[in-house]
Design a protein around this ligand. Sequence first.
Ligand SMILES: [Zn+2]
Length: 405
Amino acid sequence: MIIRARIVLTMDRAPIENGAVAVSGNRIVDVGKLDDIKTRNAGHVVDLGEQALLPGLINAHCHLDYTCLRGKIPPQKSFTDWIRAINALKSELSQKDYIASINEGFEEAKRFGTTTIANLTAFPELVGQIQPSIRTWWFAELIDVRAPERANEIVDSAIESLGRARFDPVLSAPWGLAPHALFTASKDLFRRCEELAQREHNLLTTHLAESREEMEMFRDGSGALYEFMQSIGRSMNDCGNKTALELFLGTGCGSARSHWIVTHLNELTESDFDLLTQLNSKFHVVHCPRSHKYFGHHPFAFDRLCSLGLNVCLGTDSLASNESLSLFDEMRAFQKNFPRVSPDEILQMVTVNPARALRQENALGKIRGGAFADLIAVPSKSGDLFEEIVAFTGDPWMMVAGRAQ
Ligand SMILES: [Zn+2]
């Protein structure tokens, strides 16, 4: 099959006017000018007309478990109060509710042009009952705050559940692990995940330095989160001295930090920036602009993190702190906060950058021979192409793994 559009945006070379992409099975086999593609490839031509064809979008961080919590928690004054509120709502949900919520989330993400998702789930045992229609990196979210002595058991049981699940062979991706955060997962749990990633090459993700209250808890040994975590029996002997980033780097989480996708990094001290400067191997960072706004965190240090060589991606986080799973909305929210960042660079944060974080730089996030045929198209006149894409609202045309949707 050959797909033709007014313009093809490959993300690794100049946009191609009157461009076309040849697809065979679930892969892209060729991309270029329509005439050249027709000469080199057989197959009927699907003409998308006045559209820009681009790689499908990649959501680098979300929790589809909580799709059903959209609009249920109004913004709170305190991050800790939000944790209390979500815990109360979660206690009312059944496994059936979670499965419905996750399925609904996949459908919504897909409707907005997301073809790949890094999804954290607190219920790895349910993963086998869900058949995503987009490419999914499942991350088992792990918490042992109420039973740190069971850290290894918790990790092993999640691995067993993920290992048992049967995924669509065309869309399946390697699974990963997500120690939830330093305030809910023990150092032993982090270390167990790190050992596994070093041995099996799985990806790891975590929430780090998200809120002021987390900073207060770790650095100062005080504040609302400190008190709450203490009240549920967490050992607080790692508090009152180091920042969350210092503790993370001190967990022994190896030198191969490229397998870590770190979400948030909203609250960093000058000494944290010094530490990031000294890192030889950098991790990837996910910023969630609308969730960030919902919680009222300190401004995200985008320029500084980029200049330190960190690969910044965008994510939606969950609908317990966001309004939709649209990465277009997310790009616009980012653009509002960082008007000097070019739309081209913003689009990279939902294509090439997360593809790199998922170790798929040649297979996802770009239109090139050999990559997966995960494509979307949005109406395009001859204006500023990247600006047009970021401004797009609606349901884009899309193809996942060579199948038009
Ligand atoms: Zn999250």
